[in-house]
Design a binder for this molecule. Structure first.
Ligand code: NAI
Length: 246
């Protein structure tokens, strides 16, 4: 029980990595807020946690909407008494090569992956400052570190997340708040499953381990970084990518 009685908000927790993280956190004793735009997915994750005996509340929240985000944080603090951990996991892709990318594709990805992370972190940091403790974890990506064909917008946001992570680690450390990022490689979730089979095979081949990652691999990294085992780790980016970049 590495997160016993901690209160954790996981955005985009309806499916994929967020879902696995919310379930893992609950197993580790955390009280979890499952936040997502998709009600069916929220309900499913909430049922899995409830059936496992965990404490959980589902919230329909669009991270691009500051009002909804502030309400999520204040409702959480009111319901559970604190906000100890936030995982900024919600993220989207809208791929196109530079020359073909439309303005709407650029704007939407920036809105969710950058502004959404900013909104949630800002609202949570205000609460955590009052508590004089907290952990903020952000979803970056191997694509943020190294770029990727057809992902100008996504790469910009995932590199931007690293800049925000390091900045917030510097600003918030004095309030007892740690801030870190995780950079997953290619993980089998609905986001990646929509990629062409040929690309997935290529990604598999690039890892010395010869396999793609599973959502639980990232959930495990978030659990470590959220726990007291990581109490002296802040401002870092933990790559969990099966060595695809080697
Ligand atoms: P996914 O597409 O399977 O799940 C993302 C979840 O975020 C969905 O449930 C979706 O409804 C939710 N979401 C989207 N927009 C939202 C918004 N405005 N407000 C609240 N929730 C919203 O994605 P996956 O693969 O689980 O990825 C999770 C995070 O990890 C993302 O930030 C992604 O960029 C990052 N990541 C994923 C990798 C992968 O290989 N799957 C690799 C590197 C990073």
């Amino acid at each position: 029980m590495r997160l016993k009685d901690r209160v954790a908000i996981v955005t985009g927790a309806g499916r994929g990595i967020g879902e696995a993280t919310a379930i893992k956190f609950a197993r580790e004793g955390a009280k979890v807020i499952v936040a997502d735009v998709n009600r069916e997915d929220v309900d499913r994750t909430v049922s899995v946690i409830t059936e496992g005996g965990g404490e959980v509340v589902g919230m329909i929240v669009d991270v691009t909407d500051l009002g909804q985000v502030e309400k999520m944080v204040s409702d959480t603090a009111e319901h559970f008494g604190s906000v100890d951990i936030v995982v900024n996991n919600a993220g989207i892709t809208a791929d196109a090569q530079l020359i073909k990318m439309e303005e709407a594709q650029w704007d939407r990805v920036i809105d969710v992956n950058l502004k959404g992370v900013f909104n949630v972190a800002q609202a949570a940091a205000k609460q955590m400052k009052e508590q004089q403790s907290g952990v903020i974890l952000n979803a970056s990506s191997v694509v943020g570190l190294y770029g990727n064909f057809g992902q100008t917008n996504y790469a910009a946001t995932k590199w931007g997340v690293i800049g925000m992570t390091k900045t917030w680690a510097k600003e918030l450390g004095r309030f007892g708040i740690r801030v870190n990022a995780v950079a997953p490689g290619f993980i089998m979730t609905p986001m990646v499953e929509k990629m062409p089979e040929k690309v997935l095979e290529m990604m598999k081949g690039k890892s010395p381990l010869g396999v793609l990652g599973q959502p639980e691999d990232i959930a495990n990294a978030y659990t470590f970084l959220a726990s007291d085992e990581a109490r002296y780790i802040t401002g870092t980016v933990l790559s969990v990518d099966g060595g695809v970049v080697l």
